[in-house]
Design a protein. Sequence first.
Length: 302
Amino acid sequence: MLNFLPPLLIGSLASALLVLNIFFWVPILLVMAAIKLLLPFKWVRLRLDPVILSIAEGWISCNSGWMALTQRTTWEVQGLEALKPDSWYMVSSNHQSWVDIFVLQHLLNRRIPLLKFFLKQQLIWVPVMGLAWWALEFPFMRRHSEAYLKKHPEMRGKDQETTRKACEKFALIPTSVMNFLEGTRFTPTKHAKQQSPYPHLLKPKAGGLALALQAMGDKFHSILDVTIYYPDGVPTFWDFLCGRMRRVVVRARSVDVPQALCQGDYGQDATFRADFTAWVAVLWQEKEATLTTLEAQFPKQR
């Protein structure tokens, strides 16, 4: 492996391999997506979607390849043994860094169907990657502040409609829907501003999870709850590329979803919303306990 090289050289090499991988796979992806766009029939979708997903899985496998070539990371992982690539999954994880995406994709690729992320609308303009996310039908969400929604109440239901339409497509073939309940990456500043009661986590936002379960509750019988912990500090993306991410600890578990919580209306039913929020709070308390245990079990190395 090349991890004996100086960090700056490793970072430059990893960056080059990352970009080359993008420019190899994205054009192939776009050709398939264009065919599907020009032939908008269900039978075409059912035949092309598995091909598009295989292309994306190949892309992720190549990312794992350059990671193995340039990284010297120790992976301590539990809970992925019984996963099935032909089932539907709702995946939930804590979120600390863009590196989380690569960790999740590396560990879950071909163990479960391709992870589909709900993205901010602005990300569609990211060069090349915006087109790739569009081709993979990642839903783009317009996230408005409460102050904006008070001035423009007609926008309040737009994200719910986007979620509903996306989940209708996801229901056609096995899919993994990725949800970061915190809604954004953890930082000490955000944590202090929120006055979060969880030392390692931001407050969870239950709405997106509730909408996805409401739209696809008959597909999701459980949630794959993933907890990511970096014993030596949360790496920046550049740290990751430079091979400075020495250890990653991941714990995954299957959490049954109460059937009643797959059938209510989170947006309109206050009682259901309170029940769902309380259930999510329990999940978050358990995740906080897991992180506290991992912190004691894997102390920072000097």
